[in-house]
Each structure stands twice: as C-alpha cells, then as structure tokens.
Design a protein around this ligand. Structure first.
Ligand code: CA
Length: 239
C-alpha cells in the first residue's frame, strides 16, 4: 500500500515536471505595461497618492467565471466593496454576499439584460451602469467620446482617493497592448510619477493586474463598441 502511494506520488511529480511547459499561464505582457507583481509594480503602489480603493477591492478580487463575465465579476467586486445589502448565496449559505452566480437573481437585474445573453456577448457600458443601478448603487456613466484626457484622469484620481466610491473601466485591450477585444475591470490606484493606473484585471487566467499609462487607457476607452455603436468608457459607483 505504502509503495503504491509512493509510486503514485512519484508518477504525479514526474508528470508535473514533464508537463510544466504546458501548465496554464497568463499571456506575456507588452513592454508598455508594468506587471503589478514586479518590484517596480509594487513600488508604484507604495508611492501612490491615490490608492484608497486598492485595499477594499483587493479584499473582493475575483476571477470572472466565464469568458464573457468581466462586467459581472467587476460589479460583484464593487458591490461587495461598497457594502451594499447582498443576497443570500446558495454556495455559502447562510452568508450574504454578491457572487457571479446570484448577481442576476433580482427581477430588476434580469430586466436590464439576461445572464444568458451576457454569457454569450458580454455587456455594453450602459448596461453595466444599469445592472449596478438595479442593485441599489448610484452610477455615473462616462463615454470615452465625452471626456478629454485631463478630465478622465482627474475624475478617476479623485475617486481613487476616496474609499466610499469605485471606478470600473470598459476598454479595448488591443489599444493597451493586450489580446484583444473589449474588456471590463475595476481600477484600484493611480501613480502620479509615471501617470499610470492600476487595473485589477478580472480575467486572472489570462492577464495579471497591470499598471497602464493614463493616455493609453484613455485611447482604449475612446474606441467604439460595435454592440452599442458608442464609445466605451467608465462608470463611477457609490452607495
Ligand atoms: Ca474610491
């Protein structure tokens, strides 16, 4: 029996070693992005004068449960970070917490868009705002076409300096040097020396959190979402 376990462990170890090159890994990052987990990325957070949201959001950081649920995962993080009244979770009964599974339980939420449709096509910026609103959050929606770089930067930086509100950004990955379509994730901090924002990317199987230049992110929110015919953008969310 002992030797069976031994051989089992040994075979598993050999299999892990031989498969090490094909284990799941995130995609390589473009040089224009700074990975948060690097020493430089850490330093940018230490220096940051606008990082209040980082601590609350990192407590709630989740991976999107399917490849179209970036908006749902981002919303769940922000709703939990705001401390809004949460529904009971089937998984964690009797505890109440927003999850990607119970996000659409409310009738008002399903009226905005169905979970089936979001699973297939994702959501637009306006739908993101309406979905958050259906859970009792107050939301301001900003399209990329309506804000210049200075206003974009100052609105987000002001938000990141206060703990009772949050910013979620809807951007085109390609514009910031990633693969490649539209995406949604919360912004957690700003570094004034390098003029970069920290994105807590909810597709954690694909990319790590990154520091992106404000100007690159601004160009990425000014792209047009073909589903809405409007530019992408960001939402500011409070209780
Ligand atoms: Ca804030």
């Amino acid at each position: 029996m002992q030797s069976k376990i031994f051989w089992g462990c040994l075979l598993s170890t050999i299999s892990l070693l031989t498969n090490s090159k094909i284990l799941a890994q995130t995609l390589p990052l473009s040089p224009q992005l700074i990975p948060f987990s690097s020493s430089e990325g850490e330093q940018l957070l230490v220096e940051s004068n606008a990082r209040q949201d980082y601590f609350l959001l990192s407590n709630q950081f989740v991976t999107q449960i399917n490849q179209a649920y970036c908006g749902v995962a981002s919303s769940v993080m922000v709703l939990n970070a705001l401390g809004l009244p949460a529904p009971e979770s089937t998984q964690y009964k009797p505890f109440n917490i927003f999850t990607q599974e119970n996000f659409f339980d409310r009738v008002e939420t399903k009226k905005v868009i169905s979970p089936e449709l979001v699973s297939r096509r994702g959501m637009t910026l306006a739908q993101l705002g309406d979905l958050l609103n259906s859970h009792g959050a107050k939301v301001q929606v900003y399209h990329g076409a309506d804000v210049d770089l200075d206003r974009f930067r100052s609105l987000i930086v002001q938000n990141l300096s206060k703990r009772d509100n949050f910013a979620i950004v809807n951007y085109l990955r390609k514009t910031i040097g990633q693969e490649r379509g539209g995406h949604i994730s919360p912004i957690a901090a700003y570094n004034q020396r390098t003029d970069r924002f920290l994105i807590l990317d909810v597709s954690r199987y694909k990319y790590p959190p990154v520091w992106v230049r404000a100007v690159d992110l601004w160009y990425a929110i000014k792209t047009v979402d073909t589903d809405s015919g409007k530019t992408r953008g960001f939402v500011l969310v409070t209780k």
